[in-house]
Design a binder for this molecule. Structure first.
Ligand code: MRU
Length: 345
């Protein structure tokens, strides 16, 4: 499985996820502007991965000292609005750069770039450890024989580790559970068809792609025991923003009596917002709806709407799998407690 994010010889290399699965190519980023463009164009995508890439983007601005770090934070924070991990990582990097000034007063030999690189690598490595914990906690909700449906890509490509939703699935297979996975194709950009199916297939999982509009019938046929998805931002009441189409699945699960779980690190929880109404939803170019892999499918003159995310109300969610355990409703309380737990590695 190629690493989606690599730091090598002072540059950042991002796997171009727009080309997967047909081409495996990396884009070299030598400055923060390159990283910002890569996030906007979705060369790198997925909530945790965006945060990690942005952290390395700040390292690439460090030669200009604190003023350039601030400039980079401002540019990178304008790339994609929904995934809170981006802002979480930028805040950590900016704080590290600011604190560095106090440290240099004591030891003038310190170098800002070395310090920021350490913090970025920490963010990257911590994410890997957290995903293993999420995968382990998640096992209690995966039966030994299980047909799982997932949406978009909450896998290794989206995170830097084994993935969140797909990490739970990978771990289940690893410990001997019989898992069959269905991937929603995930229009308009097809992250499920192109990315999730590829990842899981390479890991030897039994995986089948369905069109988004087939999920209800699949459930009706008794072929879904469990739905697990990732998240881009979770409000303090458990309302969860994730890839457009996630909400549909949660409603379908309620009707069919199927458990619907979200898997996400705590860096995806935004305690500053009281509910999902406050999540900024990214609206992307309508041409993404008008085309499939560059081929026009309806007339340009016809309007198209392209919200990249939707919000699933907390009361449709059976549980939120985090590194601090599986959170259950009422989410205000369980989230508050989870945020206080010190997960010691
Ligand atoms: O627009 P994308 O591809 O960045 O959206 C990604 C998702 O919605 C994922 O499900 C989410 O970021 C979780 S990734 C662990």
């Amino acid at each position: 499985m190629p690493d989606p994010i690599k730091w090598e010889d002072g540059s950042l290399y991002l796997l171009d996820q727009r080309r997967i699965p047909f081409e495996v190519e990396y884009l070299k980023c030598t400055n923060y502007q390159d990283v910002a463009e890569a996030i906007e164009k979705m060369i790198v995508r997925g909530a945790p991965a965006i945060g990690i890439a942005a952290a390395y983007g700040i390292v690439l601005a460090s030669h200009g000292g604190l003023p350039m770090v601030k400039e980079a934070v401002s540019r990178l924070s304008k790339t994609r609005p929904t995934a809170v991990n981006l802002f979480w990582a930028l805040e950590k990097m900016e704080r590290a750069a600011t604190d560095f000034h106090d440290a240099t007063a004591k030891d003038p030999g310190l170098i800002l770039k070395d310090h920021l690189l350490e913090v970025a690598v920490d963010i990257h490595e911590e994410e890997r450890r957290i995903e293993k914990l999420i995968a382990l906690h998640g096992q209690s909700i995966v039966p030994p024989n299980c047909q799982v449906l997932t949406h978009c890509n909450a896998g290794a490509l989206a995170t830097g580790g084994i993935g969140t939703a797909l990490g739970v699935i990978r771990m289940a297979q690893k410990i001997g559970k019989a898992i069959k996975v269905y991937c929603d194709e995930t229009r308009p950009l097809l992250q499920g068809a192109r990315l999730s199916s590829w990842e899981l297939w390479m890991d030897g999982l039994d995986v089948t792609v369905i069109c988004d509009d087939m999920a209800a019938f699949l459930m009706k046929k008794g072929k879904v025991d469990l739905v697990i998805v990732g998240a881009d931002r979770i409000a303090s009441n458990g309302d969860t923003a994730n890839k457009i189409g996630t909400y549909n699945l949660a409603v379908l699960c309620k009707y069919h009596g199927i458990p619907f779980y979200v898997a996400a690190p705590r860096s995806t929880i935004d305690c500053s917002i009281k509910d999902g109404e406050a999540v900024p939803i990214e609206e992307r170019d309508p041409d993404e709806v008008r085309t499939v892999r560059g081929v026009k499918i309806f007339l340009e003159d016809i309007p198209a709407w392209n919200p990249a995310f939707d919000v699933t109300p907390g009361d449709l969610i059976s549980g939120i799998i985090t590194e601090a355990g599986i959170l259950k409703a009422p989410y205000r309380e369980s989230i508050e407690t989870a945020m206080r737990i010190d997960v010691n590695f």
